[in-house]
Design a protein around this ligand. Structure first.
Ligand code: ADP
Ligand code: MG
Length: 400
């Protein structure tokens, strides 16, 4: 994909006194009292907001939150996000509750340079997910230029990501979007080698395209998670009660045959009779998974050997936990990988974590800042790694 224009390519007069309409990804988790429980995505948008404010623009923010059904639903209001953003900016953030465009447009014209306005959830608007043309034209009235910083929503062709970019120029990438595309793009196009991918998670089916896209590019692919069990079955090993996808076993056989030595599966497994009998967890070699037990994590020998592979790599992409990290002790494999990656980053290896649950595991371990890059977009990073075009990026102006 051609390099896209970013906010850094804009001239001073394109920003001073202008209304920058910025699509961000403020799709954050809320607790029962509707307080933001993880503000990672809000913090990730701050560099772009500061950049624009610092150049004399006023900032109008658009985001979706959750999955309201194309109409206002107070449980999905962005109101608590406006509060949290105000705390992070240490400045008031205006919030427009109304989804009436005229009212919203009026509010944007009342903004002074340096001020920030957050509009209500874009998914309250019936045309958003249809990428409705009329809605896109209405959204375009909310700014003098468009900035897309919502990497996490870039794989969706919605009115606030694609339609509006076609109606409002310039349409450029924000700094977070730029960073995400840089890290993922460089890893695919010109990785420092050895380049390895570590894949895990629940299902092989969701990641099959990533596996086939990455296999020809990497020097090694290490597989963990429940996904490994489908490969075990393909190898003729007993998997007991482990999670397998029977309809993907043939595909796993094909991958094993074509990948050869580049594909590494766990040597051992942490198994237990069930998840709520975690106290009975024990390690077994991969060909000795008991018939009445299931694999819930990679075993310690595997964690060691994956760790050695990481320590000699120069670029690592990690997507998908190695086990049921939500339930100790089955978090051990995932934590071991996270710690090895942190150590590798410190010695100059580029480490990239993609995937919602893998990112959560890294954050939970307090190692987020020790990775080169933790993607804020689970689905979007997967589609990028699958080699797909992201419509939200495609719609932006090409850099000259
Ligand atoms: P990501 O969001 O990082 O892409 P996925 O959504 O693909 O990751 O997978 C995460 C889920 O996979 C976690 O909820 C985890 O519990 C589950 N998982 C990992 N290993 C296993 C396993 N051996 N058995 C069952 N579930 C597993
Ligand atoms: Mg997930």
């Amino acid at each position: 994909m051609a390099r896209k224009m970013t906010v850094r390519d804009l001239r001073e007069e394109q920003l001073r006194g202008k209304r920058a309409l910025v699509r961000v990804d403020f799709n954050v988790p809320l607790d029962a009292e509707r307080r933001v429980t993880d503000d990672t995505r809000i913090r990730a948008a701050l560099p772009t907001i500061h950049f624009l404010l610092g150049r004399g623009a006023c900032v109008v923010l658009l985001s979706h939150l959750g999955r309201p059904k194309g109409k206002p639903d107070p449980s999905y209001s962005l109101d608590p996000v406006a509060t949290r953003l105000g705390e992070l900016l240490n400045a008031p953030v205006r919030f427009v509750e109304s989804t009436d465009t005229d009212e919203a447009v009026k509010a944007t014209h009342e903004l002074q340079p340096g001020q920030v306005l957050l509009l209500e959830n874009t998914r309250f608007l019936p045309g958003e997910e249809r990428n409705d043309e009329r809605l896109s034209r209405d959204l375009a009235k909310l700014g003098d230029l468009f900035v897309n910083d919502a990497f996490g929503a870039a794989h969706r062709a919605h009115a606030s990501t694609v339609g509006v970019a076609q109606e409002l120029r310039p349409a450029v990438a924000g700094l977070l979007m730029e960073t995400e595309l840089d890290y993922l793009g460089r890893a695919l196009a010109e990785p420092k080698r050895p380049f390895i991918a570590i894949l895990g998670g629940a299902k092989i089916s969701g990641k099959i395209d990533v596996i086939s896209q990455l296999l020809p590019r990497v020097d090694g692919m290490l597989i963990g998670g429940a996904m490994a069990c489908t490969f075990f079955q393909a190898m003729g090993l007993g998997v007991g009660k482990s999670l397998v996808e029977p309809d993907r076993v043939d595909m796993a056989k094909d991958l094993l045959a074509s990948a050869g030595a580049r594909l590494t599966l766990p040597h051992d497994a942490m198994v237990a009779p069930s998840l709520d009998q975690a106290a009975r967890a024990h390690a077994v070699p991969r060909d000795q998974i008991p018939a009445d037990e299931a694999m819930y994590d990679i075993g310690p020998r595997t964690a060691d050997s994956f760790g050695r592979a990481i320590s000699i790599a120069k670029t690592v992409i990690w997507n998908g936990p190695m086990g049921v990290f939500e339930t100790p002790p089955f978090d051990a494999g995932t934590l071991a990988i996270a710690r090895e990656l942190a150590a590798a980053t410190a010695t100059g290896t580029t480490t990239i974590v993609g995937g919602g649950d893998s990112a959560a595991a890294v954050t939970q371990a307090g190692l987020e800042a020790k990775m080169s890059h933790v993607s804020t977009g689970g689905g979007a990073s997967l589609e990028f790694l699958e080699g797909k075009k992201l419509p939200g990026v495609d719609a932006l102006d090409d850099a000259r």
